[in-house]
Ligand binder design. Sequence first.
Ligand code: HEM
Length: 398
Amino acid sequence: MAVPLDTVDFAFDEMPGDDLHEVLRAYREQGPVAPTRFLGIPAFVITGHAALLDAFRDVERFPPHRMYEVSFEGAIGKSFISMEDLAEHRVYRKLATPAFRSRAVQSYERSGLAALAHEMIDALGDREEIDLVAEFTARFPYLVITRLLGLPREREEEFHRWALALLRFREEPAEAESASRELTEFLAPVVAARRRQPCNDVISELVAATVEGRRLEDEEIYSHVRLLFPTGGETTHGSLGNLLFALLSREGAWSDLKRNPSLIEAAVDEVLRWETPIAVLPRLSSSQPVEFHGTEIPPDSWVLFAIAAANRDPEVFEDPDRFDIHRKAPEMLTFGRGVKSCPGMHLVRRNMAVALETLFERMPNVELLDVDASLPRRTVLRSPDALRVRRTGGPSDC
Ligand code: HEM
């Protein structure tokens, strides 16, 4: 199918399944950087692996904070993701480390993750037909984050809605501000309680953390947490959906991997390369005109970092469109590179592996009911909207 590139807009087009990869292949044929559209205006897309690596590291031409300043700060507040001063960014990013890799996180990963996944599957009862997006992938990451933080469960249903609203600040600012208010009202009594009496959770660790000799103020803790919900929640939701799609839509892939659990981590990594939930990462270029890999880029342009294209660049990956769990792909750019490389990458890999182990144990035989409706779609946050499956209930084959 010839792709009419002149009508593509990466903000609005869904590009389900292979459509996205076909579009990106066509752009790559034009060179590592090509003109496109985003949000209805002219933009640029970087598809080549080498060029994208350069772009991630180039904080002069592509200042990494600018997009977050415009799209996040109004609802999330001041957090390290939108800090311009890189020295300040480093200090605050380090400070938020408890949220990604602390003792509380590691102990939760060892015991809490699997228990939560079992709890969610228990709640499905013995229903044969299930939408794994609505009932699992869209909820699991939020429950993980809230349990890591030590937040009460009574408003569980709202976490996903808050995260989505926070991410849509540019399009729907009033809704994003109201989600931010509701989330903060929910957080305030917990932070106050942890100041009085710390527990073994991430909020207690943030309360105890010091930056340049001082403790974090309440508002700084709130903005860290407001940041974690959308950055950690939606990406993990997408990556779990893409993982289940990859395994359930291929003949035999689910049962082959179930029989070889030692390959689960490799399968997780290959899905992260093959169909990443941040397929296209928007950046705002410098407020000066810049030249990049032979292309003139006007000031303040949207430049789309096409991670999904770089992850399938044939210069770097052999037979890049093939989903191959035996492949080793340390060059994938799924988690970015340089100053902003993803601090949550370890957590999301554990989430995905544990979710899969639990699903194999509890739903050994499942059949995907509608492959077309399950295709990953959209570009900035890419995942299936639904994964309707039937549990076939036959005996487990191992
Ligand atoms: C498969 C899942 C994930 C993917 C694909 C992903 C991808 C990325 C990418 C590409 C970046 C770099 C952004 C840039 O250069 O502007 C990033 C940064 C970030 N990620 Fe992730 N991420 C994932 C999961 C998570 C999780 C689970 C968390 C939190 C628990 C998280 C929190 C963050 C934060 C806070 C940043 C900003 C870092 C900074 O400003 O220094 N991510 N992520």
